[in-house]
Write a protein that binds this ligand. Structure first.
Ligand code: BTN
Length: 241
């Protein structure tokens, strides 16, 4: 069954993610989407601020996948693939796009879009709901760290058309995940990601790991080999290429 998207749009919110979480707690259905034209307290991963000027896309959406807590990472990667495919549709040169683990979309090495996944678990440690927050720099980006899509687009595009394509791509990959699991999404993610063998540095809580990128595992964790060729699994952290 395709997801039926119910979109509520606001001029300004502190954070679409916080409003979406309220909706989830009120029992709203899968497919609930909250969009804001600007946010006054947009949140990124690791408690960072997400600059939210007018013209870009700020949405949060509610999914209710059946299953275990370990699927959370897969939901983020699935969204990353859908977002990459949406952005690719508009790019003049597809080679500028890279997916960076876990959830960043880069254009020429700087961030164009980010994804924040938050969830509520049941007492049995299964997923009650998943809130996926997506910010896309469509027309403006933080100077020095971000890129906006308009600078790389083949032709003009509207935010509404972009949102429609994105939601339809999320629906497509969510249906694939529900039917066949993570394998094909993992393959797609690796196709768009930095190449195996890339040297990466990962900032973890209290320490840094360095190694060579070897891909992702079946739960979407990052796999690296260190200088002794030991394979390491990273479940959370900030990657520097
Ligand atoms: C990141 O890369 O750090 C994730 C950024 C996620 C930003 C989006 S914008 C819409 C939604 N509302 C928020 O407060 N954050 C997410």
């Amino acid at each position: 069954m395709p997801v039926v998207w119910h979109i509520e749009t606001h001029d300004t919110l502190p954070s679409t993610q916080d409003t979406l979480k309220e909706r989830a707690r009120q029992g709203k259905p899968e497919g609930t989407v909250v969009q804001a034209i600007t946010q006054t307290a947009g949140r990124g991963r690791h408690g960072r601020n997400w600059v939210s000027e007018k013209g870009n896309l700020y949405i949060s959406l509610l999914l209710k996948p059946a299953g275990e807590a370990r699927f959370i990472g897969q939901m983020g990667l699935l969204t990353g693939v859908a977002l990459a495919e949406t952005i690719l549709k508009y790019l003049e040169n597809p080679d500028v796009l890279t997916l960076k683990w876990p959830n960043d979309i880069l254009l020429e090495g700087m961030k164009c879009a980010g994804i924040l996944v938050e969830t509520q678990l049941t007492p049995k440690n299964t997923l009650s709901w998943v809130g996926i927050g997506i910010g896309v720099n469509l027309v403006t980006a933080p100077a020095g760290t971000g890129r906006s899509l308009d600078k790389y687009a083949a032709k003009e595009f509207s935010m509404i058309a972009f949102r429609t394509t994105l939601l339809s791509n999320i629906d497509k990959y969510y249906a694939l995940w529900s039917k066949e699991g993570f394998e094909k999404i993992k393959e797609k993610w690796l196709e768009y990601a930095h190449k195996k063998g890339t040297r990466v540095k990962v900032k973890l809580a209290g320490r840094t790991e360095e190694g060579t990128f070897q891909g992702i595992d079946d739960d979407g964790n990052l796999l690296l080999t260190d200088s002794h060729l030991n394979l390491k699994k990273i479940t959370a952290g900030e990657v520097y290429l």
